[in-house]
Design a binder for this molecule. Structure first.
Ligand SMILES: Cc1ncc(C[n+]2csc(CCOP(=O)(O)OP(=O)(O)O)c2C)c(N)n1
Ligand SMILES: [Mg+2]
Length: 1042
């Protein structure tokens, strides 16, 4: 009704002067001087809205007709002309209708028409028919994909109204269910009303005006119904199914309509067809070659979706044509080797080498299976003759986990080359149908796609939709009709295409690339295909999908079908086709012969993110030392000043923030730092030295605990912000600080990818509370922890994980240090022989610290960049220490010549008489302050020493040894606030024992074992705290125990 009212309002008497101001200004302006003047019409609104045929759904159509009539009265059917003239002349409700003149008959003059005012019309049927035609067009646009011939096997039966989808239930060999009346086209089914709005076969030859929301007419504005249906069937119901009508943007919908509806769109030149055939030959024969040579090897071949290769090549060609210079790709197992060989163009012998299990690995690390390795390659695109860099990211088995990583790397490359629109760098993500629908990270990644600090300005998603996931049918694998429905959340158009029609595939890939270049938004190509073999080449699919696989066995290969089509058309001769095959087979054979000469395997050759200039020629660090991470007094003072001021004019900050900044200024005056200021010093100095910094995570701009305030907000001007960190020095590197979406998996993956692009940036991800990192566990377990070992790829990402037992309950207390520590590659039982500090850092898989002072936090952040290699850094960061009066550092601890302290020894009275010390308590993090307070209260400053292990991994064996040697009469205690089965105890204990050569026992003071990380009861929390502090300072606590 609302729509009708709008239409009616628009139909109100229009005069030339009113027209100029009206909402339809733009539309009418197009008519230019041809505007016609209308007489004001009495009671027009009432009379038109009372017209019986103007029900809710017809208003659109009337509006269309009306505008068309305004532009040119001859462009609408005569009956409409009469109706608008009569209405304009003041005809009462019902009386503006006139019987339609016969099609092609003699046109009625105005005089005739006016003479008919008052005669009961038969135009009603005509109007309804036009409305029906408009609805018909719309029905095809909305639901044409339901009946498109997308399934190469023709066995899927998808019920779009019921969930779950029913696929594969149709009996094999049975034809499509006769759901439509035999003589009528599908539109009747589409609309669901037999007959459709009163249209039937007798209307098929009538001519109808086409609405402006369709392009099927080409240059024609009217077509007979029969032709309209035929063209709609061609556009929407062949090998391509277009899902786009959910998109809110009219311009985008129109763009898609014209791409698929214009007559003659699917025409290809001879050259294009031959190239397509050649690409199909490569794709198909590559798999056949591998199958011949290594028939019992898993390779997750592409058989059944060979058109993936031309699909990707088409996207790349078109994007290169549009100016893209670098494409970063992520993909799962299926078809990966084929993509490496025929899209990225990895040398075939290097691929074939991977099948030789006897070759020795040349590189350090444990390596990965061949269908996970990545690749980076710059080459000339033969179609565009331009340079293009293609990289395929290495990825784990965990499906879709690589998606955000690819996006992060793409964002970084765009950032470093100043590509703010994504015109030069883009990403392509490949997916399996089951994984795309099932994995939540897909959704998280989509939700990053349009956020200012995370957008990559459009990703092209390609789904290898083989209608099966391992052994599971779609009907039990997802609740949506298509595997691609998740993309609708970001209004991405979805192009379903039958992968057995390579030309249709090529067409949609071209459109997808154009879409991305035009709108810089995501788009999905759903390649509907099948999987000729089992999940892998060793797998028996008949166990679980007998009927589907009976059909697949009968299915002629797509290459053969396409070759036969082109031969029949005369586009190629059979001889040319056979020569093309022979040519590629020979290439494979020669590469295979060469691969036999290889003696060793180089994982390094499979690097997806080389860092030119960072390593020496042998790929090793340029040095094995780390300079001092301290700063001059002036630098500290200058950065401290920026941190405590607002460096722009006329900017009003919140009163509370003014007090915070004043407090910072006071600290700078006293030459001390708290945690936030220590971080400022580290960031500010690195930026000044030219290192880009990117800090991302939930609410990081202010800081969850309101301590950071890196973005200032003007209290009077909406959205006016100031980032003082970008005002440190004239030639500084840019600082990016960005609040993320409420995601851990997606965002951490993204930042990891960002950090991968360059070693010269400090990329940090902060968890809101450390507890929440576990929803990103896969990124930690599969990429951060073992990334270098699997893929010889270093990464310097920093994880800031707020951690500490402060009575905040089980989900705001623990960043689970035990899990990170358990995954360290260091041997707890062997005292390292190598040089400490830098060498130890180089050998570890990641660095884990829990700093107790701002100065040490400052140093460890700077060391992350100044050390000559990159390692992930896990920092357990404090909460209450952010404001603890004792948790401050003097500038003296940050001056030139100072370093990160792996262990902070006790510097109190115990140092004077170490022999008299009865106990040395080792600890880490915040509990240090509780221990010192308790020691003081108990007057035990002379008898108990407290040493802080600031770097847990790699473990500072050498410095721990100094402490244990210093206090020969002390018993050794590990004290932690975490529960016994959590925290650091299991990690530290064997290392302490190794340090003292197992000559002294290591006692435990801390909470007992527990299932949850912390109690939800504040009082219980305090009781537990006091209990373990009692143990820590009771010198008899362990007497008699062994
Ligand atoms: C996160 C995750 N869960 C489970 C698996 C085990 N797995 C490997 S392949 C596969 C089926 C994938 O199906 P689909 O996404 O349709 O890809 P296809 O193998 O059909 O190409 C499964 C479940 C995995 N690799 N990753
Ligand atoms: Mg699948």
């Amino acid at each position: 009704m609302h729509r009708l009212r709008t239409t009616v309002v628009r139909l109100r008497p229009i005069t030339a002067p009113q027209t100029a101001k009206s909402q339809s200004q733009a539309r009418l302006a197009a008519v230019g001087g041809a505007l016609r003047t209308f007489q004001p019409m009495r009671s027009y609104t009432a009379s038109v809205s009372a017209e019986p045929f103007l029900n809710g759904t017809s208003s659109n159509y009337v509006e269309e007709m009306y505008y068309a009539w305004l532009e040119n009265p001859r462009s609408v059917h005569k009956s409409w002309d009469i109706f608008f003239r009569n209405a304009n002349a003041g005809a009462p409700p019902g009386a503006a209708y006139q019987s339609p003149p016969p099609l092609g008959g003699v046109a009625l003059g105005l005089a005739n028409a006016q003479a008919m005012v008052g005669v009961q019309p038969n135009v009603e049927k005509l109007v309804e028919d036009h409305l029906a035609v408009q609805s018909l067009v719309r029905a095809y646009q909305v639901r044409g994909h339901h009946i498109a011939k997308l399934d190469p096997l023709d066995i899927s039966v998808v019920d779009f109204d019921e969930a779950p989808v029913m696929v594969g239930l149709k009996k094999v060999g049975e034809k499509r269910a006769p759901t439509c009346l035999a003589s009528l086209p599908y539109f009747i089914c589409l609309a669901g009303f037999p007959p459709f709005y009163g249209l039937d076969e007798s209307d098929l030859d009538k001519v109808f005006r086409l609405p402006t929301t369709t392009f099927i007419g080409g240059s024609e504005s009217t077509l007979p119904l029969r032709e309209i249906i035929q063209r709609l069937e061609m556009a929407y119901c062949q090998s391509i199914g277009v899902e786009f009508m959910f998109i809110n943007d009219l311009e985008q919908c129109q763009w898609i309509r014209q791409k698929f509806e214009r007559p003659g769109i699917m025409q290809f030149t001879l050259e294009e067809k031959r190239t397509l055939l050649a690409r199909m030959v490569r794709s198909t024969r590559f798999e056949e070659f591998l199958q011949r040579k290594w028939s019992s090897e898993k390779r997750f071949g592409l058989e059944g979706c060979e058109s993936l290769i031309p699909a990707l090549k088409t996207i790349i060609d078109k994007s290169s044509m549009n100016g893209v210079e670098s494409i970063i790709m992520g993909m799962p197992h299926r078809g990966r080797l084929n993509v490496l060989a025929n899209v990225i163009r990895k040398e075939l012998d290097q691929i074939f080498c991977q099948f030789d299990s006897k070759l020795e690995a040349a590189d350090e690390g444990s390596g990965d299976v061949k269908y996970h390795l990545g690749m980076w390659h710059r080459r000339i695109n033969r179609v565009t003759d331009r340079n293009i860099t293609l990289s395929l990211m290495a990825n784990p088995s965990h499906l879709e986990a690589v998606d955000p990583v690819v996006q992060g790397k793409t964002k970084a490359e765009q950032f470093y080359c100043g590509d703010t629109e994504g015109n030069r760098v883009m990403s392509i993500l490949l997916h399996g149908d089951a994984a795309f629908a099932g994995q939540g990270v897909v959704y998280e990644t989509f939700h990053l796609s349009d956020l200012p600090s995370y957008t990559t300005h459009g990703t092209i998603h390609v789904v290898v939709n083989n209608q099966i996931g391992f052994t599971t049918d779609p009907r039990v694998a997802r609740s949506s009709s298509y595997p691609t429905d998740v993309a609708k959340v970001v209004n991405a158009p979805i192009f379903h295409v039958n992968a057995d029609d390579p030309e249709a595939v090529m067409y949609v890939c071209n459109v997808a690339a154009e879409w991305r270049a035009t709108f810089h938004k995501d788009v999905v190509v759903d390649l509907v295909c099948y999987r000729r073999n089992g999940h892998n080449e060793m797998d028996e699919p008949m166990f679980t999908q007998p009927l589907m696989y009976k059909q697949i066995k009968k299915q002629k290969g797509v290459l053969q079908k396409y070759a036969e089509k082109l031969i029949a058309e005369g586009a190629v001769t059979r001889q040319e086709y056979e020569e093309e095959i022979a040519k590629y087979d020979k290439i494979c054979e020669e590469a295979h012969a060469r691969s036999k000469d290889e003696k060793i395997l180089h994982i390094k050759h499979w690097l997806d993110s080389p860092w030119p200039g960072f390593f020496n020629m042998d790929g090793q660090p340029k040095s094995m030392t780390c300079p001092s991470t301290g700063l001059t007094e002036e630098e500290l003072g200058h950065i401290g000043h920026i941190a405590s001021s607002v460096p722009v004019e006329d900017f009003t900050i919140h009163g509370g923030l003014s007090r915070i900044l004043k407090g910072r200024a006071a600290m700078v005056g006293q030459r001390v730092c708290d945690w936030a200021l220590g971080e400022y010093m580290a960031f500010g100095s690195l930026l000044k030295e030219g290192t880009h910094i990117r800090l991302s995570g939930q609410d990081v701009e202010r800081g969850t605990f309101s301590h950071r305030h890196h973005v200032l907000h003007d209290q009077n001007v909406d959205k006016r912000i100031c980032i003082p960190m970008n005002h440190i020095a004239p030639n500084q590197a840019p600082y990016t600080v960005c609040n993320s979406s409420l995601s851990e998996y997606g965002v951490l993956g993204f930042e990891l990818g960002f950090a991968m692009a360059s070693p010269n940036a400090l990329v940090l991800w902060e968890a809101q509370f450390g507890d929440f990192h576990n929803t990103a566990q896969c990124i930690i377990d599969q990429f951060i922890c073992p990334g270098q070992a699997k893929w010889v790829r270093q990464n310097g990402i920093v994880l800031l994980l707020p951690h500490g037992m402060e009575g905040m309950g089980p989900e705001h207390s623990s960043a689970r240090p035990e899990r990170f520590l358990q995954m360290c590659n260091e041997d707890p039982d062997a005292y390292p022989v190598s040089e400490f500090a830098v060498r130890q850092l180089y050998d570890c898989n990641w660095i884990i610290v829990n700093c107790s002072t701002p100065a040490n936090y400052f140093h460890v952040l700077r060391r992350q960049i100044l050390q000559p290699f990159r390692k992930p850094l896990i920092v357990f960061t404090p909460k209450s220490l952010l404001r603890h009066p004792d948790a401050k550092s003097s500038f003296d601890d940050m001056l030139l010549g100072t370093h990160f302290q792996r262990l902070i020894p006790d510097s109190g009275p115990v140092c004077e008489k170490p022999d008299g010390v009865k106990r040395i308590v080792f600890c880490t993090g915040k509990v240090y302050y509780e221990l010192t307070r308790e020691r003081k209260n108990r007057g035990m400053d002379n008898t108990v020493a407290i040493a802080r292990i600031e770097q847990l991994s790699p473990f500072p064996f050498d410095q721990v040894k100094v402490e244990t040697d210093r206090y020969p009469n002390a018993d050794l205690v590990w004290c932690q606030e975490e529960h016994k089965n959590q925290g650091y105890y299991d990690y530290v204990k064997p290392r302490l024992r190794t340090t003292v050569d197992r000559t002294r026992p290591v006692w435990y003071a801390g909470r007992g074992p527990a299932a949850a990380p912390a109690t939800g009861n504040k009082a219980a929390h305090l009781v537990e705290l006091q209990r373990f502090l009692d143990t820590a300072f009771n010198l008899d606590a362990f007497t008699g125990q062994s």
